[in-house]
Design a protein around this ligand. Structure first.
Ligand code: NAP
Length: 338
């Protein structure tokens, strides 16, 4: 079968490799769609730990074509989305209900073979069924959505809240929709590209601001003078990190979601955090949220087609991952059938 293999940092190739066989607890799927994520670019560059040689792709969905002897949760022909993060279930963090912080976390498409391939094998516990008629391209959004749902859980957004979302890539645009569903009544997206600001307004943002036009925090406070109840940092750059703290009200929450390179430091004033009792918290991966993401995709509640910039065959994946995102690109989905 064809698979996009990371051989070492900066070497990613489409190769022919043997098809996977299921163990007793495994399912094999024919991959129907797999999203390209910014993390794939970090893995390619050697900035995120992987286990090469390995097939990348952690935002995948496909049709079950074979099951191991002990598999009962899914059947041949089912459409499934895979939760890529396999927690051990026995370490102190897992036993404390924090599987995303598992000491032995193994991720499909990172440390073991993933979804930029014709076929993929995973433990049945990672597979979540979707209605058979679900568009596989929509199904490929379950993984990023599950991470966003965790961020909303951490933020504890309440109906009537105001939220500032800093960064309008695919994550920021999913957050806009989820905040709307959560009942936020003021949703401000800050992003530099105008087409993304326009799209955010169509997707449910009440305001879209350009952080380059004027000071972003000043623009947010012109809309919510006391500051937003919640800021979701979704760009992973120092500016938005600082803005997330400065744009929330006293007693508000700044949730860090974007990934900054390991080792990068940002200055903060502890005094501000202290006297304003600002809750500064990270939201990492998708602990126990994948099933809810699958339910949301199955319900067709979210506008996902407008987030898809291109659908490409596997052969185009190495060059896309090896280059910086094109201007205007939101989400590229690979389909092995093309
Ligand atoms: P992305 O496509 O890179 O989008 C981030 C966007 O932020 C950029 O495209 C850019 O859009 C905007 N931006 C950059 N600088 C900005 C600034 N100074 N002010 C406002 N906006 C700015 O990334 P993504 O896929 O949406 O993901 C967002 C972040 O979440 C990434 O860092 C990703 O690694 C991370 N992530 C985290 C998790 C987790 O579990 N925590 C899971 C998935 C992804 P404009 O050009 O329009 O400004």
């Amino acid at each position: 079968m064809q698979a996009v293999r990371l051989l070492r940092a900066n070497q990613l190739e489409l190769q022919d490799i043997p098809e996977p066989e299921p163990g007793p607890e495994d399912v094999v799927i024919a991959v129907e769609a797999c999203g390209i994520c910014g993390s794939d670019r970090h893995m390619y560059a050697g900035e995120y730990p992987t286990n090469p040689p390995v097939t990348l792709g952690h935002e995948f969905a496909g049709r079950v074509i074979a099951t191991g002897s002990q598999v009962q949760r899914v059947q041949t022909g089912d459409l499934v989305t895979g939760d890529p993060n396999i927690a051990c279930g026995t370490c102190p963090q897992c036993r404390n209900g924090r599987p995303n912080l598992c000491a032995n976390l193994t991720a499909i498409g990172v440390q073991r073979d993933g979804g930029f391939a014709q076929y993929l094998v995973m433990p049945q516990a990672q597979a979540h069924k979707l209605p058979r008629h679900t568009d596989p391209v929509h199904a490929a959004f379950c993984e990023p959505l599950a991470c966003c749902l965790h961020a909303l859980d951490v933020a504890s957004i309440r109906p009537g809240d105001s939220v500032a979302i800093l960064g309008g890539g695919v994550i920021g645009l999913l957050m806009v929709q989820l905040c709307r569903l959560a009942g936020a009544t003021t949703i401000i997206l800050s992003t530099r590209q105008k087409p993304r600001r326009d799209l955010a307004l169509q997707l449910g943002a009440t305001h879209a601001i350009d952080p380059q036009a004027r000071d972003a925090v000043g623009q947010i406070k012109a809309i919510v003078p006391q500051g937003a109840d919640v800021a979701l940092e979704c760009a992973g750059v120092p500016d938005t990190f600082s803005q997330s703290i400065a744009s929330v009200r006293r007693g508000g929450a700044a949730i860090i979601f974007g990934v900054m390179p390991q080792g990068q430091a940002v200055s903060i004033e502890p005094f501000d955090l202290l006297v304003n009792e600002i809750r500064l918290e990270g939201a990492y991966l998708n602990p126990l949220t994948h099933a809810r993401a699958a339910a949301l995709v199955a319900s067709r509640t979210l506008a996902l087609d407008s987030l898809v910039s291109r659908i490409v065959p596997l052969a185009e994946v190495p060059a896309i991952i090896a280059s910086a995102p094109a201007q205007g690109e939101i989400k590229i989905i690979a389909r092995p059938s093309l």
